[in-house]
Design a binder for this molecule. Structure first.
Ligand SMILES: Nc1ncnc2c1ncn2[C@@H]1O[C@H](COP(=O)(O)OP(=O)(O)OP(=O)(O)O)[C@@H](O)[C@H]1O
Length: 240
């Protein structure tokens, strides 16, 4: 599917402070439907804060945020039903078993993905009977990813979705992310992996010190020297 010209996400000049810490310092970037946008940046650069603002979990101090044409802060159920999110800490209930959890979550959506298919693709069926609190970090991540995908979102935020996953699971996640984006979903992936960004990204955003240091197609941002080279030249000396 061809990418739409109107961005599914626009952040313009967004600031967010925590006491004396400036997490976002005039951040501007965008993401489009049908594309994978990979967001890179050093620890503490503001990526998670940006994702939490885009999903309405945090309110910016200033600036403009538009997701699927709405301000995500205080947006209603209809808007939220179009947004999928997988955050780093997951927030999964601890005592429930993974497939039961997915069946429960699927009831919130009018046209959810097939739980059994999704569980099989992500290898969740192999630990279907184990309560969440006994799962390994990578197993929890797969469950968390499945909950983000279930409702066929129009925009999907994945915060470091493959951190800690084994190579097979990572390959499967990459193929799912590509499929979801090709189906028209604006897919935003934060990552520390150049390999992942080079494999997945249509567009790359580099956040440094709460500001956007680069925003363009993978080819534009990577240039002739490659993404790793660009990244280090943007971030060396800029760490806080
Ligand atoms: N709730 C909070 N209270 C205080 N400071 C916070 C809070 N949330 C984030 N910060 C600070 O804001 C800055 C940006 O944090 P954020 O988690 O957005 O970075 P990040 O780019 O996602 O980092 P990482 O790559 O480590 O996940 C950091 O300095 C962090 O300590």
């Amino acid at each position: 599917m061809s990418a739409s010209t109107t961005p599914a996400l626009v952040m313009h000049d967004v600031t967010r402070r925590f006491g004396s810490t400036v997490a976002l310092d005039g951040l501007s970037w965008s993401a489009r439907s049908g594309e994978v946008t990979c967001v890179l940046g050093p620890n503490g650069a503001g990526k998670t804060t940006a994702v939490e603002i885009a999903t309405g979990l945090q309110r910016p101090d200033s600036g403009r945020v538009e997701v699927l044409g709405s301000d995500p802060w205080g947006a209603g159920a209809e808007h939220r039903a179009r947004v999928g999110v997988m955050l780093q800490d997951g927030g999964l209930p601890q005592s429930v078993r993974p497939v039961a959890l997915l069946r429960h979550v699927a009831r919130f959506w009018s046209d959810p993905l097939d739980v059994d298919d999704l569980a099989a693709r992500l290898g969740i069926d192999a630990f279907a009977g184990t309560p969440v609190r006994r799962l390994s970090g990578g197993q929890r991540q797969r469950v968390s990813l499945a909950t983000a995908l279930l409702g066929r979102p129009d925009i999907l935020f994945l915060d470091e979705p493959t951190a800690g996953l084994d190579p097979h699971a990572r390959r499967e996640v990459h193929s799912i992310v590509r499929e979801v984006a090709d189906g028209g979903t604006a897919t935003v992936v934060t990552t520390h992996s150049f390999e992942e960004a080079e494999r997945l990204a249509d567009r790359v955003v580099v956040v440094v010190g709460g500001r956007c240091a680069a925003d363009g197609t993978l080819a534009e941002v990577a240039g002739g020297g490659g993404l790793e080279h660009t990244y280090f030249s943007l971030t060396d000396g800029a760490l806080r």
